[in-house]
Ligand binder design. Sequence first.
Ligand code: AMP
Ligand code: ZN
Length: 114
Amino acid sequence: MADCIFCKIIKREIPSQTVYENEAVMVFKDINPVAPTHWLAIPKQHIDNVADPRLLDGSLLQSIFGAIQHLAKTEGLSENGFRVVVNCGRDAGEAVPHLHFHLIAGRKMSWPPG
Ligand code: AMP
Ligand code: ZN
């Protein structure tokens, strides 16, 4: 989508610190981290959010969680644990309308979320 900030990151029109990339998925550092590790895993195809039916079409979910599992293993996140967060819509605080999975680790976290 032309005016989507994460589509621009994928096209490298906006810089990002890429952590991992394959043909379907990109993972980059969140610009405003809430923990020592805070990355965003996004599909390269524009999908609005987790309520978008296109998410269930094909192998996209497999690609996203494949990337997350790969990083959890290679970056040692599984050792102490990590959190995957997806905000959807206004009440959840979704600010960027391109599906993204927050990958958060490196400190003890509380529950329930605010
Ligand atoms: P959400 O509130 O779930 O929509 O999360 C959007 C996230 O995108 C926030 O954590 C922002 O800090 C992050 N963000 C926004 N713009 C950028 C950017 N240009 N590069 C990296 N992260 C960004
Ligand atoms: Zn987009």
